[in-house]
Design a protein around this ligand. Structure first.
Ligand code: FE
Length: 376
């Protein structure tokens, strides 16, 4: 990430503000770097490679703020832009997109304070959204539309953020070496029968922090720590920095089982329709498969909170949900919206009923536990 790229948009209109922001922003970056939950690695893998390259700002300005919604987004611009263009076409409201990793976007919001041009934060993982709310970057909203469209377990109880799409973190396996009937739960991957056969992504990933948080809620601390120690003992190789290379490692015979997000698996099929790895829905006889969200919240210092909320409501509607979710091989958050053919081919599964805000509430404990159990 380039600091110039990040601060460039401000220099168009507010040179003094921009200079101040660089100083404060640099400070914030240092602070963020101290937090394991916000390490560069994790942010570098929070989404598709295209999502991290550069801060991409629109330079257009409009005097009427009500007609512009500015989004700070960690999502892949190529995926989200067509949908936002559709919103502009339908409503006349212009949407400006600032794309970067989640950590730097949050640091930038802190640094900009009341001067921020941002109206909405769009990012992945309830753990990240919870962090943003904790840092006072979001404001609570009351919306009967969001309450109708988004199940309560995928929203912040205080209304500071809402889920807009779903992703399952589940088990993947090599069908030439493993039968599906040998698989059951995340916890079972700690069994010695998987010794030297398991691949995992680093514990720096917020996705794993959220998964472990859910296990702490379901199994309790003692049992969860045992499971993590078992996982570490079963590793076939060093932890991976991203899900895609881990799935490729199964195909290459390096490991037999792994835990990854469903959309990374889906993306591989675009290029490799015969990819020799299978998906298994974890915990179907127990708590259900771990499901997380991508989502959004209205920025605390937004000068157009109504515009941001209207766009969030639109993104939760039937019309937008099918496109938003399927564009990145994710699941709609709104019930009754059809999935893509690819996702349908993976079969139905029982989702964990846990409220995703727990992933944030237990994040620090989850990080400490993984560290204690030797999970790198
Ligand atoms: Fe991701």
């Amino acid at each position: 990430m380039s600091l110039n790229a990040v601060t460039a948009p401000l220099s168009f209109t507010h040179p003094i503000k921009a200079t101040l922001s660089v100083a404060v922003f640099s400070l914030m970056l240092g602070l963020v770097g101290c937090n394991k939950a916000e390490t560069p690695e994790q942010n570098a893998n929070a989404d598709a490679p295209a999502e991290q390259d550069a801060a991409t700002d629109s330079t257009a300005t409009t005097s009427d703020n009500d007609q512009v919604v500015t989004i700070y987004s960690s999502r892949n611009e190529q995926l989200i832009k067509p949908l936002l263009d559709k919103y502009t076409e339908e409503t006349g409201v212009k949407v400006e997109l600032v794309t970067d990793k989640t950590g730097p976007l949050m640091a930038r919001l802190q640094a900009e304070g009341k001067n921020t041009p941002a109206d909405m934060l769009l990012t992945v993982d309830a753990g990240n959204l919870w962090q943003a709310a904790q840092q006072g970057l979001l404001q609570p909203v009351a919306s009967s539309v969001l309450e109708t469209n988004v199940p309560a377990k995928y929203r912040d109880p205080k209304g500071q953020w809402t889920g807009l799409s779903l992703r399952a973190r589940t088990i993947f396996y090599d069908p030439s070496k493993v039968n599906a009937d040998q698989l059951s739960t995340y916890a079972d991957l700690a069994d010695p029968k998987w010794k030297g056969k398991l691949c995992l992504r680093t514990s720096n990933s917020v996705y794993n922090q959220s998964l472990v948080a859910s296990m702490m809620e379901h199994l309790g601390e003692e049992k969860t720590e045992q499971v993590i120690r078992g996982w570490v003992a079963n590793l076939a190789t060093d932890v991976f920095s991203d899900d895609t290379s881990m799935l490729e490692a199964i195909a290459a015979g390096q490991c037999e089982v792994a835990v990854a997000n469903s959309y990374y698996y889906g993306r591989i099929f675009d290029e490799k329709p015969n990819f020799p790895v299978k998906i298994f829905w974890a915990n179907q006889d127990t708590t259900g498969t771990h499901v997380n969200i991508s989502g959004a919240g209205v920025i605390a210092n937004s000068d157009n909170p109504d515009g941001a909320l209207k766009l969030m409501e639109w993104l939760s509607s039937d019309a937008a949900q099918g496109i938003y979710a399927s564009s990145d091989k994710e699941y709609p958050v709104k019930e009754g919206v059809d999935e893509s053919d690819l996702l349908r081919s993976w079969g139905e599964f029982k989702q964990d009923d846990i409220s995703v805000q727990k992933f944030g509430a237990l994040q620090t404990q989850a990080i400490q536990m993984m560290d204690k159990a030797g999970y790198k």
